[in-house]
Design a protein around this ligand. Structure first.
Ligand code: ADP
Length: 218
């Protein structure tokens, strides 16, 4: 079943074309990486796709949108605010219930930030903040994850751990990534963008990073 279906879609900023007649179909269960040079149009395309499924997808934008003065616990808990009543959420913000702390702690542990659970996010490193944002998306437990460079601030070992968790927790995954080795390893389809157009759309099976070199040539 097609979850995303774009037909000849274009996008402009200030009259400049940044996506040029894009057509794209993505089925439920696919894991897709968008690759291409900075400015190729990946974020813009992800935003268009997110608009098609806003109610059922978790979005991990490049700017993680964390509340710096709130703790890791609270930032992750925010992923499920819409599941509870206002009063329940307020009670948890003031004095978190044990069962909510346990659920959030389990995800924080998987992201390697458990020991920071009650520290303000503003005091964390860039990589720890990025993992907090991923934890918030995992906690949301949506079937679809749309991520814009979700591992840009972490080392390779952590990147692999984050991508494994994303794949385990979401049925359909769309991520923009600059690391082509990781993109090939953790997705099953690569879409290459260059100068506002899709110039490559292939299964990752049998692919090597060299096959993507043309996307990055100046
Ligand atoms: P990528 O994610 O591949 O780096 P983007 O989708 O962010 O590409 O950007 C595509 C093009 O659109 C770039 O040339 C970028 O400068 C431009 N662009 C993106 N966002 C804006 C914006 N808010 N206003 C004007 N231009 C933008």
């Amino acid at each position: 079943m097609a979850l995303f279906d774009l037909h000849d879609v274009s996008a402009r900023y200030n009259g400049r074309v940044v996506l040029d007649n894009i057509s794209l179909c993505i089925a439920e269960g696919e894991r897709v990486a968008l690759v291409g040079r900075s400015g190729a149009g990946k974020s813009t395309l992800l935003r268009l796709l997110y608009e098609q499924c806003a109610g059922t997808a978790s979005l991990l934008p490049q700017e993680p949108g964390l509340v710096r003065t709130l703790s890791v616990f609270h930032n992750i808990y925010i992923g499920r605010l819409n599941r509870h009543s206002l009063w329940y959420n307020l009670a948890n913000l003031i004095r978190p219930l044990n069962k909510e702390v346990d659920a959030v702690r389990a995800i924080a542990r998987r992201m390697g930030i458990e020991e920071k659970l009650f520290e303000p996010v503003g005091q964390l490193s860039g990589g720890q903040q990025q993992r907090t944002a991923v934890a918030r998306a995992l906690y949301q437990a949506s079937p679809i994850l749309i991520g814009d460079e979700p591992v840009s601030a972490v080392d390779e070992h952590q990147a692999r751990m984050v991508l494994e968790n994303i794949n385990e927790n979401h049925t359909t995954v769309l991520i923009a990534m600059h690391d082509t080795t990781l993109a090939i390893a953790y997705t099953d389809r690569i879409i290459g963008l260059r100068d506002a157009r899709i110039v490559l759309d292939r299964p990752t099976a049998g692919m090597t990073p060299v096959d993507l070199d043309d996307l990055y040539r100046t």
